[in-house]
Design a protein around this ligand. Structure first.
Ligand code: ASP
Ligand code: MG
Length: 408
């Protein structure tokens, strides 16, 4: 069971979380619960660091950030004691979560769950501080990047071979689209790991991308549900034949993207490699890439990236202008993306045609197109994103599709 920051924001909510955990325990389940830092605690800690230093040392940053989750899990343990349960809280390192040494964005490399198993065997409910571990090499406290408690929960669920990893949050599940944009969006009963991976990668914020990757790789069933109501939420599981009935399951969007276009690059081997190596070295997360057909030995190249990495990308590319002698470098900071996701796309032609027709009927210009077997993404102007999401939700009648799904 994983509880997000808004679920443990104050004393009453912490008691509510303890009750949810106690109820599961009383039904006979062994429970490992992962909790996030309360409310906006992590934001507050980041701000505190920047009040002290412009460039806080990453190791010390992790010492600082890891405290938010420790506070939460100790408090939940106390609330469970008051409900008459045996409960014990652990830091990430006490729970045996080992990571690489990339401070503030560490990856879990190994979990040694003996201590968890022992505590469970002794009859304890185990609370684990989310979003943190210990580096295998240097034995330092590390954190897993923002939203990392989801990853802690899924990784622990895999390590203890849990029946399910329940993600308790302030929404009731995964929706067909962001309900703030599409008021008629509905909760999905089920979605596959693969589809959720595309949704998370393309802008859905319900689950951290890394956690979904973990769930897919280790086949952990996820259940995203509300901390505050008892209803079932959304199950995220391995694809089943029933699930393939949905051609389009959901729509994800991003509004904080940018696009860089480099014109007149030499049309010869090694040029793209040079450009993207420089960007990779600057740790820029390049996304959709398009290179047009070369004319007279010169080609144009465009790609998208997160808006907040635009400045760094421009600086990095400036360093190779002399070497590559490209004609121009232009940037557009008004970019958005809209993505249709659905496992049924694999076997149903015409989805892209319909998507593009709907956009054109709404006067929305497509700047770039990118696809996978179960996703179609269009890069458009940021101001068109909300309209595109609403129009596509209507055109594909996602609320009807979601309702017709078999719940197995
Ligand atoms: N507290 C961390 C954050 O705010 C981790 C998490 O909530 O998952 O990003
Ligand atoms: Mg979160």
């Amino acid at each position: 069971m994983k509880f997000g920051g808004s679920s443990v924001a104050d004393a009453d909510k912490i008691r509510n979380v303890a009750q949810r955990i106690a109820a599961a325990r009383e039904l006979g389940d062994d429970v490992v619960a992962v909790v996030s830092a309360r409310g906006k605690t992590t934001d507050g800690l980041v701000q505190l660091a920047h009040e002290i230093s412009d460039r806080p040392d990453p190791r010390e940053m992790d010492m600082l950030l890891s405290t938010g989750e420790r506070i939460s899990c100790a408090l939940v343990a106390m609330a469970l004691h008051d409900l008459g349960h045996q409960a014990v809280s652990f830091t990430g390192s006490q729970a045996g979560i080992f990571t690489d040494s990339a401070h503030t964005k560490a990856r879990i490399v190994e979990i040694r769950a003996e201590r968890l198993h022992d505590a469970i065997t002794e009859g304890h409910i185990v609370l684990v501080a989310g979003f943190q571990g210990m580096s295998l090499d240097e034995k330092n406290v590390t954190t897993l990047g923002r939203g990392g408690s989801d990853t802690t929960a899924v990784a622990l669920a895999a390590a203890v071979n849990a029946d399910v990893c329940e993600i308790y949050t302030d929404v009731t599940g995964v929706f067909t689209a962001d309900p703030r944009i599409v008021p008629g969006a509905v909760k999905l009963t089920r979605i596959s790991h693969e589809e959720m991976l595309e949704m998370a990668a393309m802008g859905s914020k319900v689950l951290a991308l890394r956690s979904v990757e973990f769930a897919r790789n280790y086949d952990v069933p996820l259940h995203v549900r509300s901390s505050f109501v008892l209803d079932e939420g959304t199950w995220i599981t391995k694809e089943t034949p029933e699930m393939e009935q949905a051609i389009v399951s959901g729509i994800a969007h991003k509004s904080d993207e940018a696009k860089i276009t480099i014109t007149g690059v030499a049309d010869q081997p090694g040029v793209a490699a040079t450009i993207f190596t420089v960007l990779a070295d600057a740790l820029i997360n390049v996304d959709t890439i398009i290179q047009n057909m070369g004319i007279d030995g010169r080609a144009d190249l465009s790609f998208t990236l997160p808006l907040d990495e635009l400045g760094r990308a421009q600086d990095a590319l400036a360093t190779i202008q002399d070497q590559l002698k490209f004609s121009s470098l232009t940037a557009d900071d008004q970019i958005g993306k809209v993505t249709l996701v659905g496992a049924g796309m694999k076997s149903n032609p015409g989805i892209a045609a319909k998507m593009f027709r709907v956009l054109s009927e709404n006067g929305i210009n497509i700047l770039m197109i990118d696809t996978s077997t179960i996703r179609i993404t269009v890069v458009i102007h940021r101001d068109d994103v909300a309209r595109a999401v609403q129009a596509l939700h209507d055109a594909f009648a996602l609320e009807v599709q979601a309702a017709s799904r078999v719940n197995v």
